[in-house]
Design a protein around this ligand. Structure first.
Ligand code: MLT
Ligand code: MN
Ligand code: ZN
Length: 296
C-alpha cells in the first residue's frame, strides 16, 4: 500500500488566515514549513487512489502529488473516492472541489451522511455535477485496488454547524486500512475526543498509526486566544501530553510507526526546535511534512 500525507494541519491550516501568533508569523516568513489541512491518499495498486477526507486544500494537494494527477485520458483521474472520518468543514469541504468527477464513491457513517444532506448539503449538490455513490463507512468493506477497510466509530463530537445534533458515537470514525498483498496496515484517527474502546485492538498489529495531534496540551488553545478554559473543552480533541494524552496511549504501541497529524496552528510541535517536539521524538513518535510518502 502506498500512503501520501497530503496535508497535516488542523482546520484553517498553518498559517491560519486570521492568526497573528509568532508561529504563524514564522511560517509566513518561511522559517517554519506551511501545512495544508489534514488529508491522506492511499492505494493498494498505485493506480486506484482513495482519499481519507477531502480537505479544502485538496486542489493544491492533488497538484503537488504526481501519482494523483489526471490522465492518461483527457478526463481520467486515479482518484476513486473519499472516506470521511467525520463531517467537519476541514475534512468535507474539499468535496466541492471534486465536483464533476465521474464515478466517485464516498464512504461515511449515517450521521455524517445526514449532515451532508441537511446542514451542509454537499451530497445533493455534487450529484448535480456528476453523481456520486455513497456507502456506509463503518464496519468492514473493500476498496478498488485491493485494500480492505475497517471503519470504527470513535466519537460523538458533531460539527459546530449542526443544529442540535443527535448523540451518536458515529459522528467521528477511525479507519484501519489493510493491504492483504503486503500484510501492511495503516490506522488513521485524526479526531479523538477520548481514547475509544477498540482503538487499541486496531493498533495492535498495525504498521503505521496516523493520530490526532491537534493540541500538544490541554490549555494551548485557551492560552493562544487569551482564555483560561482548556483547548480540550473548547475543541474536543485529546491533547498529546499529559497522563490522559495520546502520547501516553501510544506508548502502549511501540510496534507501528507513529505519526501525529491534524496539527493546530497553536501547537508547539510545529516547531522542530521546541521542547514539545523533542519530547515526542524521544518517545519515538514523528511529526512529518506535507507530501511525505511511504509504503506499507
Ligand atoms: C475539529 O477538528 O475540531 C474541527 O475541524 C474544528 C473546525 O471546525 O475547524
Ligand atoms: Mn478538524
Ligand atoms: Zn498562529
Amino acid at each position: 500500500m502506498r500512503v501520501v500525507l497530503l496535508g497535516t494541519a488542523a482546520g484553517g491550516g498553518v498559517p491560519q488566515w486570521n492568526c497573528a501568533c509568532a508561529r504563524c508569523a514564522d511560517v509566513r516568513r518561511g522559517v517554519l514549513p506551511a501545512r495544508t489541512q489534514d488529508c491522506v491518499a492511499v492505494s493498494g495498486n498505485a493506480r486506484d487512489w482513495w482519499l481519507l477526507n477531502a480537505s479544502p486544500d485538496i486542489r493544491t494537494q492533488l497538484s503537488a502529488t504526481p501519482a494523483l494527477r489526471p490522465g492518461p485520458g483527457p478526463r481520467e483521474t486515479p482518484v476513486r473516492g473519499v472516506l470521511l472520518t467525520d463531517a467537519e468543514l476541514d475534512h468535507a469541504l474539499g468535496l466541492t472541489i471534486l465536483r464533476g468527477g465521474a464515478g466517485l464513491t464516498g464512504y461515511a457513517t449515517a450521521p455524517v451522511r445526514a449532515a451532508l444532506d441537511a446542514e451542509l448539503p454537499l451530497r445533493g449538490l455534487l450529484d448535480r455535477y456528476a453523481p456520486w455513490t455513497w456507502r456506509d463507512g463503518s464496519g468492514d468493506f473493500e476498496l478498488a485496488g485491493g485494500l480492505r477497510v475497517t471503519g470504527l466509530p470513535v466519537g460523538a463530537k458533531a460539527p459546530k454547524y449542526v443544529h442540535s445534533p443527535e448523540p451518536d458515537d458515529r459522528w467521528v470514525s477511525a479507519f484501519r486500512i489493510d493491504d492483504p498483498a503486503t500484510g501492511g496496515a495503516l490506522v488513521y484517527a485524526p479526531c479523538l475526543a477520548r481514547w475509544p474502546d477498540g482503538l487499541d485492538a486496531l493498533l495492535a498489529d498495525a504498521d503505521c498509526a496516523l493520530v490526532d495531534g491537534t493540541f500538544f496540551d490541554a490549555t494551548e488553545l485557551g492560552s493562544a486566544v487569551g482564555r483560561r478554559d482548556s483547548g480540550q473543552a473548547l475543541m474536543g480533541h485529546l491533547p498529546v501530553a499529559g497522563p490522559g494524552g495520546t502520547l501516553a496511549a501510544l506508548a502502549r504501541h511501540p510496534g507501528p510507526r507513529r505519526i501525529y497529524t491534524h496539527l493546530n496552528n497553536t501547537n508547539p510541535l510545529l516547531d522542530p526546535a521546541s521542547a514539545a517536539r523533542a519530547q515526542v521524538e524521544r518517545a519515538g513518535v514523528e511529526v512529518l511534512p506535507d507530501g511525505t510518502e511511504f509504503a506499507l
